[in-house]
Unconditional design. Structure first.
Length: 164
């Protein structure tokens, strides 16, 4: 798929969308429990169920948040995860876009530092990880080098940082 989506964290003029304290409170409610009923959220933040539903839809449409199920990859048969640092020669964007399209890649970030990109790869086993890195990532045009950091044990993974 060659379509490019706009940066969800910015509006048409390039600024971050304004999020008021009530919307932040709704986000925090959903971070605690993504299945919390709109009526319960409304009671907690002082809005009607319909108003919460409308605000949640707007937050989703703006790309401010997503409502997803977070899984443990091990329980789903994915036995190997790794963070991969990628150095790029030339334009970073086409490489980042190609990596983002890969099924095994669940996280892509442009960085400043030792690597141009950091990606998280989730694979079935070591052979799958080796094939993904060696035959698919390293062969992308523009990829100069990679360094892999294989996960031995996941100690913390959370998405409940709130809205500060």
């Amino acid at each position: 798929m060659a379509t490019r989506t706009p940066d969800p964290k910015s509006t048409a003029n390039g600024t971050a969308p304004a999020i008021d304290s009530v919307s932040k409170a709704i986000i925090e409610q959903l971070q605690e429990d993504g299945r919390r009923p709109y009526a319960a959220i409304g009671k907690a933040v002082g809005l009607s169920e319909a108003a919460v539903r409308q605000r949640v839809q707007k937050l989703l449409d703006l790309g401010v948040m997503q409502i997803v199920a977070v899984t443990d990859p091990l329980t789903l048969g994915f036995r190997r995860q790794a963070m991969v640092g990628v150095n790029v020669q030339g334009d970073i964007d086409p490489v980042a876009d190609a990596l983002a399209e890969m099924e095994e890649v669940d996280y892509v970030v442009v960085t400043a530092g030792s690597f141009d990109l950091l990606i998280e790869v989730v694979c079935e086993d070591d052979d799958h990880l080796l094939e993904t890195i060696n035959k698919r990532i390293r062969t992308l045009p523009g990829v100069r080098s990679t360094e892999s950091f294989v996960y031995m044990k996941l100690r913390k993974q959370t998405y409940t940082w709130g809205t500060r």
